[in-house]
Ligand binder design. Structure first.
Ligand code: URA
Length: 238
């Protein structure tokens, strides 16, 4: 059971404040009875809810794919910085989504946001081995022995030994390198710390793939869209 105003808000009829007005105006019917009280509890599976005579389409879960920009934190609230939630429209934010895992403030790229706690749990659990692919720019040349060290498992500054990771060199010379890194874990600053362990610095980091979902070219930094049904099916297959 959920409050009528929440259900209406989650069905595209505006903020809680907007829907309260709508309910008061007498335009809502629940099982054929006019309802003027927003606090009323409804069962979206059983009750037939009409707005102006039209049956509502209720969404419980939302799944967004965002191209996270630089300078924004992967959190639902922050005292100082703009969060990824601040980039959502009021309606999309009304579902109370949260980021699946975290990207650093200066990392850009693919971030999934959802209010589906169960899927979130599976996607971030190390048990499910979800591949995360990053494009990175490094301040120094990257060599074959770095690839071998990543494959072996890098030891981080706190003594943690990372699981084997795949490092691929796109280009590399004495001025620096462009690489692709695939990891299955999500330790704090993991990719940056893996390179620090090799005496190198990540100067640009972008996540391009999460599980089987790719960022693609359609979203500019700061933009987001809902996952398609097909993408959601793929994501749920982890
Ligand atoms: N590794 C990092 O160092 N930072 C990120 O944001 C993600 C992976």
């Amino acid at each position: 059971m959920e409050r009528l105003d929440k259900v209406l808000s989650n069905s595209g009829y505006g903020s809680r404040k907007d829907v309260k007005k709508l309910v008061k105006s007498g335009k809502i019917e629940v099982d054929g009875i006019k309802v003027k009280n927003s606090d009323v509890q409804v069962d979206i599976e059983k009750n037939k809810i009409l707005v102006n005579g039209e049956q509502i389409v209720y969404k419980k879960y939302v799944y967004y794919l965002m191209n996270k920009p630089d300078g924004v934190v992967s959190a639902t609230f922050d005292n100082y910085d703009k969060t990824v939630i601040d980039l959502l429209s009021e309606f999309d934010a009304s579902f109370a989504p949260f980021p699946v895992g975290r990207l650093d403030k200066d990392t850009v790229g693919l971030l999934i946001l959802t209010n589906d706690g169960e899927l979130n749990h599976r996607l971030i659990s190390p048990k499910w081995h979800v591949d995360k692919v990053y494009y990175a720019e490094i301040d120094k040349a990257v060599e074959e022995d770095d690839i071998a060290a990543f494959k072996q498992g890098i030891e981080l500054d706190d003594g943690y030994k990372c699981k084997p990771a795949v490092l691929e060199i796109i280009e590399s010379d004495n001025n620096g390198a462009k690489v692709k890194v695939t990891i299955q874990e999500g330790k704090f600053h993991q990719v940056k710390r893996m390179f620090i362990a090799r005496g190198k610095k990540v100067v640009y980091l972008k996540r391009v793939k999460f599980g089987k979902i790719s960022l693609g070219e359609d979203l500019a930094e700061g933009e987001y869209r809902e996952l398609s049904e097909a993408e959601l099916e793929i994501l749920k297959q982890v």
